[in-house]
Design a protein around this ligand. Structure first.
Ligand code: ADP
Length: 742
């Protein structure tokens, strides 16, 4: 027996005895953030066994129990699994570090069971794979291999930090339970696989790995004004494709245009008396919304105090069911932004008004229960019907409504394909700005989590069945209970089966899709034809269908992008402009382009000439930036934001390609810029290769920095880079010669 073999065996014996001690004492191995620092002997590697070894969930443990568990955790870390598995892997075991994480868990699960749930001894013998079975009674190599294989097959449960889940907590807990994953309700010292935030990306700061269920900037991007601007930009390029969003004006800045246009409409046709809906910018749940028929009815505060809002054409002929207006809440998962992956939940909710609908008239404009479908408003109407059935009441499933429409002969396949198209186009409209936010928070090269997000699309069906986008919610409610008045004036939260059915499935299946252990490629092959009526519709809810995992139903989320890339990719023009913008931003974390960076963009892409001098470039920059700094509410950061850059880009495209239609102008300018950048990065690469051959090592490093076009270097670095570029220029002849000589 070699020395090493003896050492391993002794350690394994210690491990076993600790495992038994721990079991006797009922150690709680849970490590939540509320727990104080671990002992110094804990492995410094957060991803190593010592941390994951504390995986266990028992949310009801007391502080005292936790404290007790903590000391044992330290011991555990020191004596057992955390030390052994690296040893084993060093000596040729099949147990990978990943599997090693599994190895730590069973002991903990065992002890937790002892404490809490009464399922004490279940699985005891099979749960101790790493610590107990690898011991003296077996040939150690053999045991190692056997256990390694066993454990490799048994996957480590995915860990979810739910400490910031807020109102989605209940649905999230149920989802995690169904998946048999591991919840950390108080957070966790070690990294989790998934962080579930109730509000924003920043709910937990300093996450450097794993996945967060929010994108940075999504809240800002989906505020009513930003959203309207993003869609409007797309409407300029693709008016027909983006006709699903009601005509909107941004207040107060577009008040004049709004009132002039309405006056002209009325002058042209006196019988027309359109209605408008005014929505405060940061509002939600119907707060502060009102209808008007004349611009003079706007409740505008004068001067800089003027309230930011969107005023929008009111859709006065909605589709009615039971004489009631309703809207659709559709859940959409952005699984990834790069590459773009979009999933749509096949099941959604429909929210009904509680007063029969009449077309707007001066008399009924203030009837919120007639015009606004918000649950939060209608729940306070005496007519609100709470129902446990999915097809009756004031909140119903989408499939039940589609079923009802199908029964009346409506072509619901067409409705569903139109809804899918609306969703994809809307996401395409918001992604450009999101990319700017993303690189500011998680700059390339900086460690950070990846992101995904469930969005709530509010969609209205018009009488002619055309879907209209009302808004997109970055934090759709995931509550699975509703408020009920149990006695006059006394409200209580009671479970809502309809909400639970829909929302738990959406969260659970989102988690399934985000499972870090799921190595299946999620990108399906883009589909060519057949979009129009080829998509499965929600009423065909596959409740009977089972997924590969027999315990779970098939996914309720269906991929629509990249599945339909071919049909929608041509719309992604603004995103390409955003990529250019980001490239010239320069300083990491920046979201605005300074005048020098704008000039660099013009020069690099060779957009100036004798008719468009650099002086005109500066004037264009100042003009557009000044206008936008007044228009954008939060313009603390100086410079040109993406929306202003897009405007400048459209302007440049118009100058350059006068004879073309706007869309072609923009596409042509993009191609020109991209080609310039490509050829220059090619030149840079070639230069850097030739220089790197000729230059001493120190210079070589600088050269690499310079030629990486994606490098968003801070200003001093950028200056260094430009000096380096001049150095290139000077060295060019020599380096060329050097190449020849070589
Ligand atoms: P909030 O974020 O406050 O809920 P929404 O934009 O969703 O604001 O509007 C609230 C409600 O007003 C919607 O649920 C819908 O019933 C109604 N609504 C909104 N926009 C329109 C519109 N353009 N036409 C008709 N009804 C609308």
């Amino acid at each position: 027996m070699s020395d090493h073999y003896v050492k391993v065996k002794v350690q394994l014996e210690q491990m076993k005895s600790f495992g038994e001690d721990a079991e006797k004492e009922g150690v709680d191995a849970e490590e939540q953030l509320a727990v104080s620092s671990p002992p110094a002997s804990v492995s410094p590697d957060p991803s190593s066994l010592t941390t994951t070894g504390r995986d266990a969930s028992n949310t009801s443990i007391t502080g005292k129990q936790r404290g007790k568990g903590r000391s044992k955790v330290g011991k555990d870390d020191k004596n057992s699994c955390g030390k052994h598995v690296p040893d084993l892997s060093l000596h040729g075991s099949v147990i990978s570090p990943h599997v090693g994480r599994n190895l730590n868990r069973p002991g903990h699960e065992r002890t937790l069971h002892i404490k809490g749930t009464g399922k004490i001894l279940q699985g005891k013998s099979e749960n101790n794979g790493n610590c107990v079975t690898i011991h003296s009674s077996k040939n150690i190599q053999e045991a190692r291999h056997e256990d390694g294989f066993k454990l490799a097959r048994k996957r480590r449960p995915v860990t979810v930090d739910t400490a910031k889940a807020k109102t989605s907590l209940e649905a999230l807990k149920l989802s995690i339970k169904q998946l048999k994953w591991k919840e950390f309700p108080l957070g966790r010292r070690a990294a989790c696989d998934i962080y579930w935030h109730g509000v924003s990306f920043h709910d937990n700061e300093n996450i450097v790995s794993g996945q967060v269920n929010k994108f940075p900037g999504m809240i800002e991007m989906l505020r009513k004004i930003n959203m309207s601007r993003a869609v409007r930009t797309m409407q300029e390029l693709f008016p027909e494709e983006y006709d699903f969003y009601p005509r909107s004006w941004i207040l107060p800045e577009e008040y004049q245009q709004f009132s002039t246009q309405i006056r002209m409409v009325k002058e042209n046709d006196a019988t027309l008396n359109p209605t408008f809906i005014v929505k405060p910018d940061g509002g939600s749940q119907g707060d502060g919304i009102y209808l008007i028929r004349d611009p003079s009815d706007l409740k505008l505060m004068p001067g800089s105090q003027a309230k930011q809002a969107v005023v929008q054409e009111y859709i006065h002929k909605p589709l009615l069911i039971d004489k009631l207006k309703f809207d659709i809440r559709l859940y959409v998962l952005i699984k990834s932004m790069e590459p773009l992956e979009i999933y749509i939940a096949k099941e959604g909710l429909t929210r009904f008004c509680t007063e029969p609908y009449q077309e707007p008239s001066q008399k009924n404009l203030s009837h919120v229960f007639m015009h606004l479908t918000n649950y939060s408003l209608n729940v306070h109407s005496g007519n609100f019907v709470h129902s446990d059935s999915q097809s009756t009441g004031s909140k119903r499933t989408l499939s039940s409504v589609l079923y009802r429409l199908a029964a009346k002969g409506v072509d619901i396949k067409k409705v569903w394909s139109d809804i899918i198209a609306l969703v994809i186009k809307t996401v395409i409209a918001v992604v450009p700005e999101l990319k700017v936010y993303y690189q500011a928070d998680i700059p390339p090269g900086k460690p950070g989590p990846t992101c995904f997000q469930i969005l709530g699309f509010d969609i209205l069906l018009m009488k002619n069945l055309k879907p209209v986008l009302l808004e997109v919610n970055s934090n759709p409610s995931m509550r699975i209970e509703h408020e009920q008045e149990v006695a006059p004036g006394v409200f209580e939260y009671v479970p809502s089966p309809v909400d639970e059915e829909v929302k738990v499935s959406v969260i659970r299946d989102t988690l399934r899709l985000m499972d870090p252990g799921n190595k299946k490629p999620s990108i399906s092959h883009p589909r060519g034809g057949g979009f129009e009526h080829g998509e499965e519709i929600p009423m065909e809810a596959e409740t009977q269908e089972r997924s590969q995992d027999e315990a779970l139903p098939s996914l309720c989320l269906k991929q629509v992008y990249p599945k339909y890339t071919k049909q929608f990719n041509y719309l992604r023009l603004v995103e390409r402009i955003a990529v250019l913008f980001i490239r010239f931003l320069g300083v990491k974390g920046n979201m605005r382009l300074g005048p020098t960076a704008f000039r660099t963009f013009i020069r690099t892409c060779k957009l100036s000439n004798s008719n468009f001098t650099m002086a005109s470039v500066d004037i264009l920059y100042i003009d557009i930036t000044r206008r936008w700094s007044g228009a954008v509410a939060d313009s603390r950061e100086a410079g040109m934001g993406l929306q202003a850059f897009v405007e400048a880009f459209f302007h440049l495209a118009g100058r350059r390609f006068k004879s073309l239609a706007m869309r072609e102008q923009v596409a042509s300018l993009l191609e020109l810029c991209e080609a310039q950048l490509e050829s220059q990065s090619g030149v840079e690469d070639r230069r850097s290769v030739s220089c790197s051959r000729a230059l001493p090592r120190a210079n070589k490093t600088q050269t690499l920095g310079l030629t990486n076009p994606q490098l968003n270097s801070p200003a001093p670095l950028r200056r260094a880079a430009s000096q380096d570029y001049r150095l290139h220029q000077r060295l060019k002849p020599r380096t060329l010669r050097a190449n020849v000589e070589n």
